[in-house]
Design a protein around this ligand. Structure first.
Ligand SMILES: Cc1cc2nc3c(=O)[nH]c(=O)nc-3n(C[C@H](O)[C@H](O)[C@H](O)COP(=O)(O)O)c2cc1C
Length: 309
């Protein structure tokens, strides 16, 4: 069962209250209850599932993953069964595990976000929020990700409100306009912004003299990107928005969570660390809980934005 900490770890993200500020990150903990054989999924703040399209999606050509210095690069290409099939096959397993579930959705057009979100209207109360993965290519504006444009981000957030669940917008760190884009998400009705997705990168295979990943470019994640994610959260918080920030990027130990909260995050997500050790989210929760206790903290929210004072 969950560890009982002496620090109150509960955190509020808009209308959602979580027992602690640690979740899994989309795409790194399976489609459903895969991690339940390693730890009690209900012990985490929430489980964020891999981004789902309105329809089944095949993903990108192999190779899709490669280790990099202090992290990795991936171009999975959002492979998945589609929201409808996921609700039938995976959601019941997560419900049985007692998890609070955040469903990440994506699309190539604004309309596809609406289609995916519609399937979630009326989904069980185990689904506590929808995370709109705006960090994916916008087919109607070929040069850009939705999350690189304030207007397109607002459009996909609005399109996703048909889910009738609290809506979180997952943003991209590959833009200098992050605070303005977070503001656009807030004005469009998002209850939180998740900061951030992977950094765009590439690895060249020196034998073939070609990009190594099947898709060419990929997203860099892991400890290598943590200082960038921390700065992204710090800048978003410093822009005096009311919207809660969920910090993600390179968290590998409990104290990394403290760092994100001090930068301004209300909660955090753990991705790449889970590839090395599927028990990482639980280990990090324990480490964070101990860190708080050692600091004599009564409530975790005392840390939020502390680096700004
Ligand atoms: C293999 C892999 C797959 C991912 N798939 C998704 C996804 O489907 N949707 C999404 O919003 N983010 C996805 N991400 C990004 C993560 O959720 C997270 O934002 C990023 O990896 C940074 O956190 P980390 O350094 O802790 O991994 C993926 C990351 C990895 C490594």
């Amino acid at each position: 069962m969950g560890h009982i900490p002496s620090t109150d770890l509960t955190t509020r993200i808009g209308s959602v209250v979580l027992p602690n500020p640690i979740m899994t990150a989309s795409g790194t903990s399976g489609q459903g209850a895969e991690l339940s054989k390693y730890f009690d999924l209900s012990s985490l703040g929430a489980i964020v599932v891999k981004s789902l399209h309105a329809k089944p999606w095949p993903g990108n050509p192999a190779p899709r993953l490669h280790p990099t210095s202090a992290g990795m690069i991936n171009s999975i290409g959002l492979q998945g069964p589609g929201v409808e099939e996921w609700i039938t096959n995976d959601l019941p397993l997560l419900e049985r595990a007692g998890a609070r579930v955040v469903v990440s959705i994506w699309g190539q057009t604004v309309e596809e976000f609406t289609q995916a979100a519609k399937f979630l209207a009326g989904a069980s109360d185990a689904v506590i929020a929808v995370e709109v993965n705006a960090s994916c290519p916008n087919l109607e504006d070929r040069t850009n990700l939705f999350a690189h444009s304030a207007t397109a981000t607002a459009e996909v957030v609005k399109a996703s409100l048909v889910s009738e669940k609290p809506c979180w917008a997952k943003l991209s760190p590959n833009t200098p306009d992050l605070p303005q884009i977070a503001q656009a998400a807030e004005e469009a009705g998002a209850e939180a912004v998740t900061v951030a997705n992977t950094l765009l990168g590439m690895v060249i295979n020196t034998d073939t003299r070609k990009p190594l990943l099947g898709a060419g470019r990929g997203g860099v994640s892991g400890p290598a990107i943590k200082p960038i994610a921390i700065r992204s959260v710090f800048d978003t918080y410093a822009s005096n928005l009311e919207i809660p920030i969920i910090g993600v990027g390179g968290i590998a130990k409990g104290e990394d969570v403290s760092e994100f909260l001090m930068a301004g995050a209300t909660a955090t997500q753990i991705g790449t660390a889970t590839f090395a050790n599927p028990r990482a989210p639980q280990k990090i929760l324990k480490g964070f809980s101990k860190w708080c206790k050692d600091q004599g903290l009564d409530h975790v929210n005392k840390l939020i934005g502390a680096a700004h004072v």
